[in-house]
Write a protein that binds this ligand. Structure first.
Ligand code: 13P
Length: 255
C-alpha cells in the first residue's frame, strides 16, 4: 500500500498577523512543486480564518493546534471543532505533548477531542510519544500503545482512515535531539500493528504515521525513507518557509 506522505507545520504560539500570512503564502508557493505530498500548516487560532482564506484552492491545508470537545456552551476561552471548520480548517492537532504536560490533558480528554473533530467532519492528527524517563525505563511501547488505543477509543472503525497519528517522542521536541531513523521506524511499525489489530489490515496499512521532534531539512530525508514513516509534524523548522519546503521536498522523494 502506498501512502501519500503528509507534512504538517505546527507553528505553536509563534507569528503575528502579518508574518502568518506571508509565511503561509511562501509555504504555499513551495508546496506547489510537490503535489505528491499532502501539506498542512497549523497557525495560532487568531490567524486561522485569514490564513485559510488566503490559501483557498491552493496546495496547503490549514490545521488548528487544539480544540474543545463540545460543539458549544459555557466554556470560556475554548474553541469548538465546528468553529474551526467554519474558519476554514480541515485538520486539528489533538493531544500534543505540550497540551498533555503543560495543560493536563489525559487520554480520556484526548479521545473525546478526537471524536469531536471527526464529528465536525475534520481530520484529527493524534499526537503520541514517550518521555525520556519512560524510554529509559523501557516502557516506550506501553506508553505509546496506550495513547494510541485510548486516543482512538471513541473512533468508529469506518472513520479510522481519516485519522493521522504523529509519533513525537517528548525528549526530541524542541531539543535538537532527533530519534534515529531506526528508533522512529521501530515505534511506527508497532503503532501500525496496533491499528491493524484495531481496524484490520487495510486500516493499518493505509494509516499515515508522521514523525515529529526536531525534524529539519538535514534529517528529514533519512527519517522519511523509513518504511513506516509517512511524513512529519514539524515545529521550529516550519517557521522558515525555505527549510519547511526542503522537508516537503524530502517527503516527495519518498512518495
Ligand atoms: P520541533 O520540531 O520544534 O522539535 O517540534 C516538534 C513538535 O512538537 C511538532 O508538533
Amino acid at each position: 500500500m502506498t501512502r501519500r506522505p503528509f507534512v504538517c507545520g505546527n507553528w505553536k504560539m509563534h507569528t503575528g498577523s502579518q508574518t502568518a500570512v506571508s509565511l503561509a503564502l511562501d509555504v504555499s508557493e513551495g508546496a506547489a512543486a510537490h503535489s505528491a505530498v499532502e501539506v498542512a500548516i497549523a497557525p495560532p487560532f487568531p490567524w486561522l480564518e485569514n490564513v485559510a482564506r488566503r490559501l483557498r484552492d491552493g496546495p496547503v491545508s490549514v490545521a488548528a493546534q487544539n480544540c474543545h470537545f463540545e460543539e458549544k456552551g459555557a466554556f470560556t476561552g475554548e474553541v469548538s471543532p465546528g468553529m474551526l471548520r467554519d474558519a476554514g480548517c480541515t485538520h486539528v492537532i489533538v493531544g500534543h505533548s505540550e497540551r498533555r504536560t503543560l495543560f493536563g490533558e489525559d487520554d480520556s480528554l484526548v479521545s473525546r477531542k478526537v471524536a469531536a473533530v471527526l464529528a465536525a467532519s475534520l481530520r484529527p492528527i493524534l499526537c503520541v510519544g514517550e518521555t525520556l524517563e519512560e524510554r529509559e525505563a523501557g516502557s516506550t511501547m506501553d506508553v505509546v500503545g496506550r495513547q494510541v488505543q485510548k486516543g482512538l477509543g471513541k473512533v468508529e472503525l469506518v472513520e479510522l482512515p481519516l485519522v493521522t497519528i504523529a509519533y513525537e517522542p517528548v525528549w526530541a521536541i524542541g531539543t535538537g535531539r532527533t530519534a534515529t531513523p531506526e528508533q522512529a521506524q521501530e515505534v511506527h511499525a508497532a503503532i501500525r500493528e496496533i491499528i491493524c489489530s484495531l481496524g484490520g489490515e487495510d486500516a493499518g496499512s493505509s494509516m499515515r504515521i508522521q514523525y515529529g521532534g526536531s525534524v529539519k531539512a538535514a534529517n528529514a530525508r533519512e527519517l522519511m525513507s523509513m518504511k513506516d514513516v509517512d511524513g512529519a509534524l514539524v515545529g521550529g523548522a516550519s517557521l522558515d518557509a525555505f527549510e519547511f519546503t526542503e522537508i516537503i521536498a524530502a517527503a516527495a522523494e519518498n512518495a
